[in-house]
Design a protein around this ligand. Structure first.
Ligand code: NAD
Length: 292
């Protein structure tokens, strides 16, 4: 009996990498439903699987912010079940909070939070009925700790953490495991796909000069962190494979140890002051990514 996997956001990045990995697994143990919002972007995925997917992968349209599209994709699953649901679709947003429009903020929450929740809602009843299933969510270091100029993105990813952690407790009773794969920076199109306030954006004229200056510093920091600590998609995919292979998957998997000291600091000094100080130093003073 093959393991049916449905993945969201497969036109690029982590979703694409995972779909390729599973569809071309030599065991042929997986049937992959690789879903994407826009089917006109399927060529890259098809190129990457290069013919070794005839009976292991099917591409379906699915926009996680569109209920009808989620239901339509669900109807097309021949096996009438999903063993592993991977909620991966997501979008970033960067810039001083004063420059973010209500529309854009809602859009980020729609994809990252409600998209994840609605996808899970669609597949959960059938998993509960079978008393079996795995849910894997692409999480982020930004879902565990605050990052300046990523306020809205972090808020949406923190919300995903709260949702998954809450659900995990109930799902124990149904033999369903939910796992978050907490990624640090990954070399995908995420940075080019994200909506970012450009340093030349006229909206910045309405922001105080100190914030604008700190934002410039942040952008440099971000570039440095990507250079020094970004992982390749393959490394991330391996962590997904570890979670998939685990008999008792954990709630959280960390792909990148670089950020663990900061994550721990936040948890060990509960009033938050140490984390805020350390992060301020990390982002706004010159450093090497490993030193803090
Ligand atoms: P990416 O931009 O290549 O992939 C995101 C995918 O989600 C894209 O294919 C995009 O089309 C899709 N998507 C966006 N809105 C959608 C919608 N409404 N319906 C369906 N699909 C939609 O970047 P990625 O790095 O592969 O991102 C995947 C996940 O990893 C995201 O959830 C992101 O938050 C998370 N993440 C990425 C990084 C990073 O540095 N790349 C770091 C931490 C977490």
């Amino acid at each position: 009996d093959k393991t049916v996997v449905l993945i969201t956001g497969c036109s690029s990045g982590i979703g694409l990498g995972l779909a390729v990995r599973l569809a071309s697994d030599t065991s042929k143990a997986f049937i992959v439903y690789a879903t994407m919002r826009n089917l006109s972007k399927k060529e890259r995925l098809l190129e990457c699987v290069r013919g070794c997917h005839e009976d292991t992968m099917e591409i379906l349209q699915m926009d996680v912010t569109d209920q009808l599209s989620i239901q339509a994709a669900k109807q097309r699953i021949k096996e009438k079940k999903v063993d592993i649901l991977v909620c991966n679709a997501g979008a970033g947003l960067m810039g001083p909070v004063e420059t973010q429009s209500y529309e854009t903020m809602k859009q980020i929450f729609d994809v990252n939070l409600f998209g994840t929740i609605c996808t899970i809602q669609a597949f959960l009843p059938e998993m509960k009925e079978r008393k079996s299933g795995r849910i894997i969510v692409t999480g982020s270091v930004g879902g565990l700790q605050g990052i300046p100029f990523n306020d809205v993105y972090c808020a949406s990813k923190f919300a995903v953490e709260g949702f998954c952690e809450s659900l995990a407790i109930l799902l124990q009773h149904f033999n369903i495991h939910i796992s978050l794969i907490e990624c640090g920076p990954v070399n995908t199109n995420f940075m080019t796909n994200l909506q970012r306030t450009d340093p030349e954006d006229p909206k910045l004229q309405h922001v105080d000069p100190e914030t604008t200056q700190l934002y410039q510093k942040y952008l440099q920091h971000c570039e440095r962190v990507f250079e020094e600590a970004a992982q390749d998609t393959e490394e991330i995919v391996q962590v997904f494979m570890d979670a998939i292979g685990a008999q008792f998957p954990s709630l959280r998997y960390y792909t990148n140890t670089t950020f663990l000291p900061l994550t721990k600091l936040k948890l060990s000094v509960e009033d938050g002051t140490q984390y805020i100080k350390a992060m301020n130093k990390f982002v706004f003073s010159t450093h090497k990514t490993g030193d803090f």
